[in-house]
Write a protein that binds this ligand. Structure first.
Ligand SMILES: NC(=O)c1ccc[n+]([C@@H]2O[C@H](COP(=O)([O-])OP(=O)(O)OC[C@H]3O[C@@H](n4cnc5c(N)ncnc54)[C@H](OP(=O)(O)O)[C@@H]3O)[C@@H](O)[C@H]2O)c1
Length: 272
């Protein structure tokens, strides 16, 4: 019987590249996201280049009842789940005072509660079998405190804490937990990202600025993150920093103030 991986946010970007990578390694796939049409297109694309026949389940990770139902459906279909990849997430950028409480809730609900909901739903299964891997997509923003990314960094630092505390508790119970820390990745995240600015022009400029940075050839790709996830699973790593994120963390450790100054200059736009 093939091992099974359950991936949230599998229709685009990093989640889709990760699904394709696991399909190539012979895994059975449970792919989830909210929009079923794009999820099914991703599944068809994967099916056309591998032998996989993924199970697709529409599921909003902010809704515990939908997450529980997706996990039940996956267990009914495959019998077991071996790996959970918590990937569904949203980016948010702008001066902190421009985020409404609704923005904060949206970011926390997807980036943090979404991970807690899947872990809560799957942990009894992993504990019963005394095996399983939980892979949490954090970000370099979960290690490096970055200006103009306050709600995003808040959730990603929380994911770092969640990951490390789970490791401390679950390792003796046979469950592997790993945090993945990418830098900026050339994915489709701008389609869903929240931008806030001092006015409409500032908001627009922030989106355009990031859009042009994402297009530069040096920016890493979703496949680089998928490979890091495979490395984490295969070698039971507790954390993997993806490519250039190693450099960012090293600079932050040596010169935290200098890196924050550079980020402020790059990201402040109209903010004084
Ligand atoms: N791209 C980067 O630069 C970067 C860097 C570091 C870390 N990361 C992290 O990597 C992860 C993936 O990022 P990405 O760039 O691949 O994002 P992306 O291209 O925007 O894809 C996000 C995926 O999550 C799904 N999703 C969004 N909200 C959801 C919800 N409430 N419930 C279920 N699914 C939801 C989306 O599909 P639907 O809209 O159909 O639900 C989509 O499949 C995130 O956790 C992100 O923070 C990204």
């Amino acid at each position: 019987m093939a091992p099974t991986v359950f991936i949230t946010g599998a229709s685009h970007g990093i989640g889709k590249a990760t699904a394709l990578m696991f399909a190539r390694k012979g895994y059975d796939l449970v792919l989830t996201a909210r929009q079923i049409d794009s999820l099914e297109s991703a599944a068809e694309e994967i099916q056309s280049v591998t032998n996989a026949t993924p199970l697709t389940v529409s599921c909003d990770v902010t809704e515990p009842s939908q997450v529980n139902a997706a996990v039940e459906k996956a267990l009914e279909h495959y019998g077991n789940i071996d790996i959970l990849v918590n990937n569904a997430g949203i980016y948010a950028s702008g001066p902190v005072e421009q985020f409404s409480l609704r923005d904060w809730s949206q970011v926390i609900d997807i980036n943090l509660w979404g991970y807690i909901h899947t872990i809560n739903a799957l942990l009894p299964h992993f504990l019963e079998r005394r095996s399983g891997s939980i892979i949490n997509l954090s970000s370099i923003g979960g290690k490096v405190a970055t200006p103009y990314l306050v709600p995003y960094c808040t959730t990603k630092f929380a994911v770092t804490g969640l990951t490390e505390a789970l490791q401390a508790e679950l390792k003796p119970k046979g469950i592997h937990v790993c945090g993945i820390y990418p830098n900026l990745i050339k994915s489709d995240f701008l389609d869903r990202a929240i931008f806030r600015g001092q006015d409409e022009e500032d908001t627009k400029n922030r989106r355009e600025q990031l859009n042009s940075v994402v297009k530069t050839p040096v920016v890493e790709k979703p496949e680089d993150v998928a490979n890091a996830i495979w490395d984490a699973v295969k070698n039971q790593r507790s954390e993997v920093l993806v490519g250039s994120a190693n450099f960012s963390q090293a600079v932050y450790r040596l010169f935290p103030g200098a890196l924050q100054w550079v980020s402020r200059q790059a990201l402040k736009n109209k903010d004084k």
